[in-house]
Design a protein around this ligand. Structure first.
Ligand SMILES: [Zn+2]
Length: 311
């Protein structure tokens, strides 16, 4: 075995033992946001997947006290793939490529925890956000399971750069699609797609409140007919569905959902154990069935809300 082959074999073994398809890359070597666009938008639906990004910058991995697997606990893994049929049914799908542990677009731009930073934060930063205080601000201090991410304090300039290069383009992309959709169709229905960890109490029995939780910010972010339609369809597909408990909708749902302005936003949280192995971050045997059901939901929504004559 020559040196190059040996190196390749070693790299393959490392990759296999790590078992993590994490894309190690510089922060800006890939666009922070990708849009899967339909050939022609035939429906006022816009889908967003803010938490499925898994391009972990090498510098981030180096600065973290967690390994890649630990950092991935904040991901809504594979959610972009579950909703990949959107473009096929005439709706754009907006996908973040950056990970949520790096920058969370489902927060206000500047929800920061001052305890994370070595320098003093500007006065205009939201320092009293309960989410940031809990460690889950725009730049998270902890992963979703509660472990601290960093060994050392960050500089504010670091947060500023992530927000400029990730948060802002993500929201500029959504805003442009929402405005265009409303101009063409008279309304926009934004479906913000997430997944939630399942709760596994002692004894290993999986117990969770529902298969899917729909969030409309307690009836304020979308018209009742929309959440009713989605709920009915999912129940018909065999899922246990709850509304607003425990997830009523994050920043994206609350910020864009303005029914009086004909922009509706609905958050969907899917229990991860339905489609993935939560410990290994791999698609499970149930993945294709869930993806098929969600494609069915997307198609039903596209038919219900689509207006093919108004392209
Ligand atoms: Zn999420």
């Amino acid at each position: 075995m020559d040196a190059a082959t040996e190196a390749n074999t070693q790299a393959t073994q490392d990759a296999a033992s790590n078992a993590l398809p994490v894309d190690r890359m510089a922060p800006l070597s890939q666009p922070p946001v990708l849009v899967d666009r339909p050939a022609a938008q035939t429906t006022p639906l816009v889908f967003t997947s803010p938490h499925s990004g898994r391009c972990y910058p090498a510098a981030f991995l180096a600065a973290s006290r967690l390994d890649a697997l630990g950092l991935r606990r904040s991901e809504d893994s594979f959610v972009d793939e579950l909703f990949a049929a959107a473009a096929e049914f005439g709706a754009p799908l907006v996908r973040a490529t950056f990970p949520r542990a790096w920058c969370d677009p489902n927060r206000e731009a500047w929800e920061l925890d001052p305890a994370m930073f070595a320098d003093t934060l500007p006065g205009w930063v939201n320092l009293t956000s309960p989410r940031a205080t809990a460690g889950l601000g725009t730049i998270a201090r902890v992963v979703a399971s509660g472990e601290a991410i960093y060994r050392e304090k960050l500089r504010f300039a670091e947060a500023e750069q992530r927000i400029e290069h990730c948060w802002k383009p993500f929201h500029e992309t959504i805003l442009a699609l929402v405005e265009r959709t409303r101009a063409v169709f008279g309304e926009c229905v934004l479906i913000d797609c997430h997944s939630m960890p399942s709760q596994v109490p002692a004894g290993g029995r999986v117990d969770r409140p529902a298969d899917i939780v729909l969030g409309d910010a307690h009836g304020t972010s979308c018209a009742p007919r929309i959440i009713r339609f989605v709920e009915r369809r999912l129940i018909d597909l065999g899922y246990r569905v709850r509304r607003n408990d425990p997830y009523a909708g994050g920043f994206i749902t609350r910020h864009y959902g303005r029914p009086r302005d004909n922009v509706h936003a609905l958050q969907i949280e899917i229990a991860r154990d339905l489609y993935m192995d939560e410990a290994r971050f791999e698609r499970s045997a149930g993945f294709e069935a869930v993806r098929g059901d969600l494609s069915n939901l997307i198609e039903a929504l596209a038919i219900e809300f689509g207006r093919p004559g108004k392209r």
